[in-house]
Design a protein around this ligand. Structure first.
Ligand SMILES: [Fe+2]
Length: 119
């Protein structure tokens, strides 16, 4: 059986890849208090933003230490008018890993993650 994870790309090589979502968030937050997480696609190496080639959506998920992965929000973007970035309002109750996933209409699904400490 094929799995969607087989087509969920990231980049572990040297340098930068324009599709990998860059997650900007505090390292530590307070339990239950809102904070902002910004996800940028093409932060250092710009990604095209044309009707023919663009970032269609960016989604953010959280995987708490205890419990299953949860969907926080998805930004669905129109090409040329929407910049490929999104700021998510987030509240966490326990230490978590945040996963950002973005979809390029030509190059597919790309992911990245960071850990957040909850005090
Ligand atoms: Fe692309």
């Amino acid at each position: 059986m094929e799995r969607i994870g087989d087509y969920l790309y990231t980049f572990d090589g040297e340098g930068k890849e324009k599709h990998v979502p860059v997650i900007k968030a505090p390292e530590k937050v307070k339990a239950g208090e809102p904070f902002e997480v910004t996800v940028i696609v093409g932060d250092e190496v710009p990604h095209p933003n044309t009707v023919e080639h663009h970032i269609k959506w960016i989604a953010l998920f959280a995987k708490p230490e205890k419990g299953n992965i949860v969907h926080i929000a998805t930004f669905d973007m129109g090409p040329t008018y929407a910049a490929p970035r999104a700021t998510f309002p987030v509240m966490l109750k326990q230490n978590s890993t945040l996963f950002a996933v973005e979809y390029c209409n030509i190059h597919g699904l790309w992911e990245s993650s960071i850990k957040i400490t909850v005090e």
